[in-house]
Design a protein around this ligand. Structure first.
Ligand code: MG
Length: 393
C-alpha cells in the first residue's frame, strides 16, 4: 500500500503507518451514487460531486448560515464562529481526512458544506424550541430531514426542476451522516439504502464536526471570558497534555499563543486518531471495498477508545461550563421565547404568513409549514419579525 503516512513525531504514534486506502473504498466519480433525480448531461471538466459542492455554496440556504448562531450570538464578538465559518472549518477538516485516506475528497467536502444547512436560527436553543413547539402538534424537528427538504424542494433556482437536483451520494449523506433511520419509521427515505451503512466519506462528517466544534468552542469560550484557562487546564486533559508541552517549548510566549499552539495540536491529534482508528477497524472487519463498508454491521469511522474517552470528557466540560453557562443561558431564554411566540402566533393566524403558502399549508398542515419558515430564518431576520409582532400586540 502506498500513500501518506503519519510521521509519528507529533501524534505519539508509531511512524510509518500507511493511511491511504485502496481506491475500491472511495465513492466513485462515475458510479451509481452520482445519479440525479432529473438526468443532466455530464459536465466537461467537473465531476458530479464538484458540481454538487458548487450548487450547495451557491444556494440561499448556504448564504444564510452566515447569519445563524453556532454557539455565540453576534452580541459577543465579530471574531467568533458563525454557523457558516464553523461549516467551512468542518469542510477543511473533512477534506483533509478524506484526502489522507484516499477517499473521495469532493464528496466529503460537499457533505461537510451541507451538514448544518438544516439548522434553525439561534443554534441548539432554537432547535430545541422548534422541536418543543412541534411536539404539541405530534410532530418533531430533525435538522437532517429539514436539510433534505431544503435541497430537494425549498431551493428554487433552476427552470427544469425544483431543488438543487443533487446526486444520490450527497442526498444519502445528508440523511445518514450523523444517525441511522429505520425504514419502518421513515418509508419516505426508502431510496437511501437504510439497511446499509453510509460510505466512509459520509461517516467521517459527524466526527469532523466533533473535531471542529470541540476545538473551536474552547477557542471562542476562552476569548469570551466565560471559560478560564487555568480551569480548562485542570479539567480537560485532552487540551492540557498539549498545553504543558507547548508551555515548555515556548516558555516566554504569552498564554494565548501557547493555548493556540496547544489547540491546533489537539485538533491534529483528533484527526490523526480518527484516521488511524478508522483504518484499524476496516482492517479488523475484513472489508476490502465500499460494499464491505456498507454491509458491515456498524460504522467504521471512529475515534480510538482512549481518544473517545478524552473527547467525551472535553465535551461534558463544554456543556457544563460553556453551553449551559449562566452567561449563554440569557441568549437561550431569548431564543426560546422568540421561537415560541412566533410559532404560536403564526399557527393561530396563518394570514400573518407571507402569501403563497396556502397550498403547502393545505397539504402538510400549518405547524410543519410554520416550522419550515422559522427554520430557514437567520437570527437577525427572526428577531426583526419578533419586534414587528410585539409592536402589533
Ligand atoms: Mg456542525
Amino acid at each position: 500500500m502506498t500513500g501518506a503516512a503519519l510521521t509519528g513525531a507529533e501524534e505519539g504514534r508509531e511512524p510509518g503507518v500507511a493511511l491511504t486506502l485502496p481506491v475500491a473504498f472511495a465513492v466513485s466519480n462515475d458510479g451509481p451514487l452520482t445519479g440525479r433525480a432529473y438526468a443532466e448531461p455530464p459536465h466537461s471538466y467537473r465531476s458530479a460531486f464538484q458540481r454538487d459542492r458548487a450548487r450547495i455554496i451557491h444556494s440561499r440556504a448556504f448564504r444564510r448560515l452566515a447569519g445563524k448562531t453556532q454557539v455565540f450570538t453576534d452580541r459577543y464578538s465579530d471574531h467568533f464562529r458563525s454557523r457558516l465559518t464553523h461549516t467551512m472549518e468542518v469542510a477543511q477538516i473533512a477534506r483533509t481526512i478524506a484526502g489522507a485516506m484516499g477517499l473521495n475528497e469532493d464528496l466529503a467536502e460537499a457533505l461537510a458544506l451541507v451538514h448544518d444547512i438544516g439548522h434553525p436560527p439561534f443554534g441548539h436553543a432554537g432547535e430545541s424550541a422548534l422541536n418543543e413547539a412541534l411536539a404539541a402538534h405530534g410532530l418533531s424537528f430533525d435538522h437532517n430531514l429539514h436539510a433534505l427538504r431544503i435541497v430537494e424542494y425549498f431551493e428554487h433556482r433552476y427552470a427544469a426542476f425544483r431543488g438543487l437536483n443533487l446526486t444520490l451520494g450527497v442526498r444519502e449523506g445528508i440523511v445518514k451522516h450523523s444517525r441511522d433511520y429505520s425504514l419502518a419509521a421513515h418509508p419516505e427515505l426508502s431510496e437511501y439504502f437504510l439497511d446499509l451503512r453510509p460510505p466512509l466519506e459520509a461517516q467521517l462528517i459527524d466526527l469532523a464536526d466533533e473535531i471542529a466544534y470541540t476545538t473551536a468552542d474552547f477557542d471562542d469560550g476562552l476569548e469570551s471570558g466565560i471559560l478560564q484557562l487555568s480551569h480548562v487546564r485542570a479539567y480537560v486533559p485532552l487540551l492540557e497534555r498539549f498545553y504543558s508541552a507547548m508551555e515548555q517549548a515556548h516558555s516566554s510566549a504569552p498564554p494565548k499563543l501557547i493555548f493556540n499552539e496547544a489547540l491546533k495540536r489537539m485538533l491534529n491529534a483528533m484527526a490523526s486518531d480518527l484516521i488511524l482508528e478508522t483504518r484499524r477497524r476496516i482492517g479488523v472487519s475484513g472489508a476490502v471495498d465500499l460494499e464491505g463498508v456498507r454491509e458491515a454491521p456498524n460504522r467504521m469511522a471512529a475515534f480510538s477508545a482512549e481518544m473517545e474517552a478524552m473527547r467525551l470528557q472535553a465535551k461534558r466540560y463544554l456543556h457544563d461550563h460553556l453551553y449551559n453557562s449562566e452567561e449563554l443561558s440569557r441568549d437561550h431564554d431569548q431564543a426560546t421565547k422568540v421561537v415560541r411566540d412566533l410559532f404560536g402566533a403564526w399557527v393561530a393566524d396563518p394570514a400573518l404568513l407571507p402569501a403563497g403558502l396556502e397550498p403547502a399549508i393545505e397539504s402538510e398542515g400549518i405547524a410543519r409549514i410554520v416550522a419550515d419558515y422559522i427554520a430557514g430564518m437567520t437570527d437577525n431576520f427572526i428577531l426583526a419579525q419578533h419586534r414587528v409582532w410585539i409592536e402589533s400586540q
